[in-house]
Unconditional design. Structure first.
Length: 135
């Protein structure tokens, strides 16, 4: 298999008044062995029905506004809510319901391309989603 570069993130736990949040503290390059399995869903073969793409803390996912987001928290109390920081403009928290919003994992190479022209990327993704929904 071809080895692809990926971003690895270390986290520290920050205690807040209502919850604990994982905050990224460093980033390094690691290797992702199989791009197809990474993009299509869970790597371990098991799926949480409320989180079909098995997005976890440290993953990069596309949110409802088509921003690439670094996942910093997964709340499974009321469904599965993913929260994170936009890799486009740094806004946070950016949250999506893992089941109803349909967030997908994305690779760091894709993040760099999206950052070049977010508006064009959002138009393309909306077209893809409309075509998929019309089938």
């Amino acid at each position: 298999m071809e080895a692809l570069p990926w971003v690895g993130v270390a986290f520290t736990c920050v205690e807040g008044p209502y919850a604990s949040v994982l905050v990224p503290v460093c980033v390094g390059v690691v290797t992702q062995l199989d791009r197809r399995s990474w993009k299509s869903g869970p790597m371990n073969g098991t799926t949480n029905p409320g989180n079909p793409n098995n997005i976890q803390v440290g993953d990069i996912y596309e949110d409802c506004s088509f921003h690439p987001v670094l996942c910093t928290a997964v709340d499974e109390v009321a469904g599965v809510v993913l929260s994170g920081v936009s890799l486009i403009d740094g806004t946070f928290p950016r949250s999506c319901d893992a089941l109803h919003c349909g967030p997908i994992r994305i690779l760091i190479e894709d993040v760099m391309a999206i950052k070049q022209d977010l508006d064009d990327y959002a138009r393309r993704r909306k077209t893809e989603l409309r075509a998929r929904d019309s089938i």
